[in-house]
Design a protein around this ligand. Structure first.
Ligand SMILES: C[S@@+](CC[C@H](N)C(=O)[O-])C[C@H]1O[C@@H](n2cnc3c(N)ncnc32)[C@H](O)[C@@H]1O
Length: 230
């Protein structure tokens, strides 16, 4: 990717990418695919809420596993139409690293070709079957305030708050709320008190929910207001 620093990676057990700069893995050591379903899909009431035009946004694109998990869940609903997926990423992975990481999840890897091809070509807009994807490159603290759109559901996935506090600050959480449609939602694996308080201060009704695979809690929330008709 021109102009964007690529992350330096270590590979835990040869399969799980760990960002050297953050000393944090891109997905759970206990099964990234199931974790995505539990935290980001169920935490946002998905796939039930998915419909034509539904807009998911994400802080931290990483390997693209969350996107591919969403694409599989959307295809399984059999509903007509197209979702939108906008993701904010400062250190986009090289296509080869992405492919290597996704190889651990055969179902996701099987539909990853358009993503890998787009990354290789340096494209930030592409489509997967049923999803129009846009990657906004740069530090989310700069790019999200300038974003002129709103999401129906947010995946907050910017490494752990202890390792990457920049992705969980009050100002950024306020921008997440400002870029959420009425009745929209967020979900994240962290249960850190300062993150919950920042999201509550931003206007979300925040709840703790059971975490994935031995983690006691995760966090989810809804913005007041009726969801907009699709
Ligand atoms: C846990 S990983 C995301 C995993 C990803 N959602 C997936 O499906 O593989 C966190 C991501 O946040 C990105 N990131 C970290 N700090 C950032 C920042 N300030 N702005 C934008 N992206 C950032 C990292 O480069 C990394 O790709």
């Amino acid at each position: 990717m021109p102009n964007e620093p690529q992350p330096e990676l270590d590979w835990k057990d040869g399969v799980i990418p760990v960002a050297r700069a953050f000393d944090d893995p891109y997905f759970s050591l206990a099964g990234g695919f199931q974790e995505t379903r539990h935290v980001f899909l169920s935490g946002n009431g998905l796939p039930d809420r998915l419909c034509d035009g539904f807009h998911v946004a994400e802080l931290g694109f990483g390997t693209g596993l969350n996107l591919l998990t969403l694409a599989l869940a959307w295809a399984q609903t059999g509903r007509p139409g197209q979702l939108r997926f906008t993701t904010f990423e400062a250190f986009p992975m090289a296509a080869e690293d992405m492919a290597r990481a996704l190889a651990a999840f055969p179902e996701a890897a099987a539909i990853a070709a358009p993503l890998i091809d787009a990354r290789r070509a340096g494209k930030t807009e592409f489509t997967l079957p049923g999803i129009a994807v846009r990657i906004l490159l740069g530090d989310a603290r700069d790019t999200l305030p300038r974003w002129e759109d709103r999401a129906d559901a947010w995946f907050l996935d910017g490494f752990s708050p202890a390792k990457n506090p920049q992705m969980w600050g009050e100002d950024l959480m306020a921008e997440v709320a400002r870029h959420t449609a009425p009745g929209g939602s967020f979900a994240t694996y962290t249960a850190a008190g300062h993150v919950r308080r920042a999201l509550a201060a931003a206007g979300f009704a925040v709840e703790r929910a059971p975490g994935f695979a031995g983690k006691r809690h995760m966090t989810k929330g809804r913005l007041a207001g009726a969801p907009e008709p699709a």
